[in-house]
Design a binder for this molecule. Structure first.
Ligand code: GLN
Length: 196
């Protein structure tokens, strides 16, 4: 069986839930913190948490540049919530000094839904994922304000973009790792297999 090695960036955020979901999707999942650990990976998940903290820790752990290079050379990455923010080429309202890994040609607004509703759940229809809508758990969630020509919009909620893909990069505003439904992790694991 083809078992890709998929890391979960373990600087901050909900790492354990992603490890469980990835394992259920047939990947060999492991937490990663150090730049040299990136070499062994076929794919990476950047979890939800707090993007300002994650940005700071990525700098401290020397992960910003190595990860930017791996992303540029084709490492498949899946970012959820704060992880989506970390994959954005541009944040609309960054904290001062807040950096991202970038890679997806999109502008993301932090805490966008939070202004209306701190956290909520909603059924999100993703035409690329068969089997009916996924349960979207939104926690102080960002939305995608605009995307470049190379970005595929996978899903919207309430008129806002909440899931995108650009080639080997995938991002959702919500937390698919917090439900028992592993279809998005399965979708990403298949992306990783296809990229190998
Ligand atoms: N609002 C958080 C941020 O700016 C993201 C919240 C989350 O990941 N659940 O990073």
């Amino acid at each position: 069986m083809d078992t890709p090695v998929i890391g979960v960036l373990a600087l901050q955020g909900d790492v354990r839930e992603h490890l469980t979901a990835l394992a259920a999707a047939g990947a060999a999942a492991r937490p990663v913190r150090r730049p040299d650990e990136l070499d062994e990976l076929d794919g990476l998940v950047v979890p939800g948490g707090e993007s300002t903290t994650m940005s700071k820790l990525a700098g401290l752990f020397g992960m910003l540049e190595p990860l930017r290079e791996r992303i540029a050379s084709g490492l498949p990455v899946f970012g959820t919530c704060a992880g989506m923010i970390m994959l954005a080429d541009k944040i609309l309202d960054p904290r001062s000094g807040q950096e991202t890994f970038g890679g997806i040609e999109m502008i993301v607004r932090r805490n966008a839904f939070g202004r209306q509703n701190e956290s909520f759940e909603a059924a999100v229809e993703i035409p690329d994922i068969p089997g009916g809508p996924v349960e979207g758990v939104f926690i102080r969630a960002p939305w995608v304000e605009s995307v470049g020509a190379g970005v595929q919009v996978l899903a919207e909620h309430g008129g806002h973009i909440v899931a995108v893909r650009q080639g080997h990069l995938l991002a959702t505003s919500f937390h698919p790792e917090l439900t028992g439904d592993h279809r998005l992790h399965q979708y990403f694991t298949d992306m990783v297999r296809d990229a190998r």
